[in-house]
Design a binder for this molecule. Sequence first.
Ligand code: 3H9
Length: 675
Amino acid sequence: MTSPITTHRDGNVLVIVSNNPPVNALGAAVRQGLEAAVKQGVEDDSIHAMVIRCDGRTFFAGADITEFGKPMQEPALPTLVDMIEAADKPVIAAIHGTALGGGCEVALGCHYRIAVSSAKLGFPEVKLGLLPGAGGTQRAPRLAGVALALEMCAKGDPIPAKKALDAGLIDTLAGEDSLEADAIKFARDCLHKPLPRASQKTAKPDPEAVEAFKKANARRFRGFDAPAANIACVVKATEVPYEEGVQFERAEFMKLMMGVQSAAQRHIFFAERKAQKIDGIADDIKLRDVKKVGVIGAGTMGGGISMNFLSAGIPVTIVEMQQEALDRGTGVIRKNYEATAAKGRIKPEQVESAMGLLTPTLKLDDLADCDLIIEAVYENMDVKKDIFTKLDALAKPGAILASNTSYLDINEIASVTKRPEDVLGMHFFSPANVMKLLEVVRGDKTADDVLATVMALAKKIRKVAVVAGVCHGFIGNRMLMPRQVEAMKLLMEGATPEQIDKVHVDFGMPMGPFQMSDLAGVDIGWHRDPTRIESIRDALAAEKRWGQKTKAGFYDYDDKRNPSPSPRVAEIIEDFRKKTGTPQHEVTTEEIVERTLYPMVNEGALILAEGKAQRASDIDVVWIYGYGWPVYRGGPMFWADTEGLKKIVGGLEKHDFKVAPLLREKADKGERFTS
Ligand code: 3H9
């Protein structure tokens, strides 16, 4: 097998090149090739300096994650990085693309670093539940100071080359098209200078920066193990010599690597990428061109949906029925962009360029030249059918017609058109410009190229897309339903909204079922007849307890929307308990978990067996990106695997749920949903 590492010479400089597509991950063959090449450079007296660079789209993007959990092949990455640093001739890292994780560690092990200005450097290990385990937590603070090292290691967001230059992580910038030549020239300039070794520098303690960092990120880090371990390692670098620091780093790395959280986060890394693949459709299928998008409805959903395309530079025509609603909708879009600009996340001119791509109109006919039209009006089958009948008459041939419905039958909607093959669901999650999930709903007759086009488009607008089949609520909302039903039953049997919500928040969800109802609106789906009170929800809705928007729902809210338990809600619940004669018992945390979370897994198994999700990991992606399921628990199906499917079945049986046959089968066979 040919090595991914090759070398060539430019006079007395040895250029070491990695070519390991797609991202130059530092797998065994790369590490072995690098070791051999550096050894050659050290031993050959006619070589005076070395340059390490990569072919393809990026510098090393990190250790090869697929090797984790398998037997280690020598050399280990930490050994290799130390060996590079120990070389007695200048070694220069020449960086383009993204130097990430182990890749960034290789760069920091080199004596000097040169990068093109479009390059980025970072330690995303924390997002995999890990920490930089090849000296990164020890070298980064020594080179760039504690504050930046903490940002990079414990948060995991990469920094641009210019920032890295200012911070001392790289030494100089190279031309975009002349990286190798500039690196060789730089190497020659370094000859005869003392060799700077990051491990030998001193990292200055900065306890104030550490405390401020912890405080500022407490919410973000809630529930995660890896950020604290990253922080501990960076702090350690300020306290002990390098040799001792890396031992500490190694021990912390191994602890995380063996833990469930990292396994869950790595599962999601691959699950997210796998979700893009559509079973039975070739990767090279010809896609339809989507140059112009139409959105029907300028409400919260339609506006948010439009922003995704505008931000990606795709023109949008947005339609409303009344001028006032249209003005309000476009006003909200502008306000959202301006707020983002005020926070410094986009430039003021980007507000104008995005708004310049938006065409508001009152005429549906103005959508005639759109390549994709997304209907985002309220959930009513008759209304949707009426719109699709009109769209069928006006849309150009080949245009993709999508509904943003969150529950309704896409096949039924498609059936009113003469082109059901062009129809599918695009279920965005609110707020649609923020939430990353997009459920792409494949109708019975949806054409392959239509589905593939929308999946590719999702990537362009930075969504994580998952293919779902037609069923009530698709993947996400269908699994939400049994959870909501059980939560209401538990209220009737003696639990409080606060108690149930707390169990969910402690589990790692951003909010519990009742906090979610209050945010979404208790009146959603309400029959709007205050005299008809058949449930606790009806009673709340009748009293205008519609949630946060009316400052009262399952909780009472103050002016800053801080919730507090509501005595009135307690009364309403008590009243219902009495009226229905529901037997009361003390509800435990265990029971809440078993009755609200286990049924979700059960529903997931049904969805899988019916083929409404392509794979269990897709279900996990839906729950992570659409509902804030804690990523360190890997999604409901991965979580069920870690709990043990037998235990889930036992819990369901204990509470008289009908166990999904697939779940029972897997539990009986000792199998898992996820690999
Ligand atoms: C680490 O370094 C630990 C060390 O500190 C210590 C060791 C002792 N390994 O994302 P894409 C695959 S931990 C294996 O679609 P993009 C990916 O699965 C690592 N495979 O491309 C996909 O495969 P497929 C720290 C990897 O252009 C394909 O490459 N590093 C790895 O949108 C294309 O990926 C990270 O966490 C990997 N490291 O984004 C960086 N990376 O085509 C992780 C990618 O079969 N990677 N693949 O689906 C990324 O963030 C993005 O891939 C990157 C490119 C930004 C590089």
